[in-house]
Design a protein around this ligand. Structure first.
Ligand SMILES: [Zn+2]
Length: 269
């Protein structure tokens, strides 16, 4: 499932493509990807300019001039493509928004969805989320305090959207590896230096992944060479049996707090 780097990468690219553009047509093949009927969705979206593209946690928010918001959650398997009809991927498209000649395709929305909300509904929808990893209010001490309040492993807490939003299964493992900490560690066992390393690693890992284009498999537009650039740079995630780049030990896979997790027992403590 795309996480902070993938969705922030999408946000930046999408902003460049659709900011201030008008939705000229709406086509929906799968009504279940929406939260209202196709007719109502079309009525609320078609003809509207996109006045901003924002991200919250793992969700993209496309703000309409009516102040209503299209909220996209890709969940597992969803992705988006922007381009002309002849460039579109040979895949089933669930929703399609036209911006004149250009189209924004929503693909693989099985668990994922594109919902429309009023500003008040959106506020309610987002209320449970914890702070963003780069929220200036999330200082090292605030980060430590948040994680210490709840029981559970680093794996569980880092992926808990109510704790910190935007981190999932892949980057929780990458962050722990960067910090030389096992995902199974309990916050109560961390030294001050380890807290510092975890906090710094969270920022460095997410920014690195964003700059490399995240780990999505598919290009966002024809000729896009950036999207997915981080896929080959994950150091532990999905690398069971490979050798750790840092210490040469074999990377293992196990289950931590009911989640699949990868780590190196050579250099993570
Ligand atoms: Zn190692």
């Amino acid at each position: 499932m795309p996480e902070w780097p993938e969705m922030e990468h999408y946000r930046k690219m999408l902003e460049g493509k659709i900011h201030n553009k008008r939705v000229t047509a709406v086509q929906v093949e799968r009504e279940r990807s929406l939260n209202v009927s196709i007719a109502e969705f079309t009525n609320r979206v078609q003809g509207q300019h996109i006045i901003a593209v924002q991200r919250r946690a793992k969700m993209l928010l496309m703000i309409l001039e009516s102040n209503e918001v299209m909220l996209l959650h890709l969940m597992l398997g969803g992705w988006i493509f922007y381009g002309q009809d002849q460039e579109k991927p040979n895949r089933t498209i669930q929703v399609q928004l036209a911006f004149g000649e250009q189209q924004l395709y929503f693909i693989g929305l099985r668990l994922g969805y594109l919902h429309i909300f009023t500003p008040a509904e959106l506020t309610t929808r987002l209320t449970e989320l914890g702070p963003e990893p780069f929220d200036p209010a999330l200082s090292l001490s605030a980060f430590k305090q948040r994680l210490e309040q709840r029981r559970g492993t680093l794996k569980k807490l880092l992926t808990d959207q109510a704790m910190i939003s935007g981190i999932g299964n892949c980057y929780s493992d990458e962050i722990c590896h960067a910090a030389r900490l096992l995902p199974s560690r309990l916050p109560s066992s961390l030294t001050n230096e380890e807290w510092f390393n975890l906090y710094e690693s969270m920022h460095v890992t997410l920014l690195d992944a964003l700059q490399a284009g995240g780990y999505m498999d598919q290009a966002f537009y024809a000729g896009d060479l950036l999207t997915g650039g981080y896929n080959h740079r994950c150091l532990v995630y999905d690398r069971e049996g490979e050798l750790c780049h840092r210490c040469g030990q074999t990377i293992i896979r196990n289950i931590v707090s009911t989640k699949k997790s990868f780590c190196c027992i050579g250099c993570q403590r």
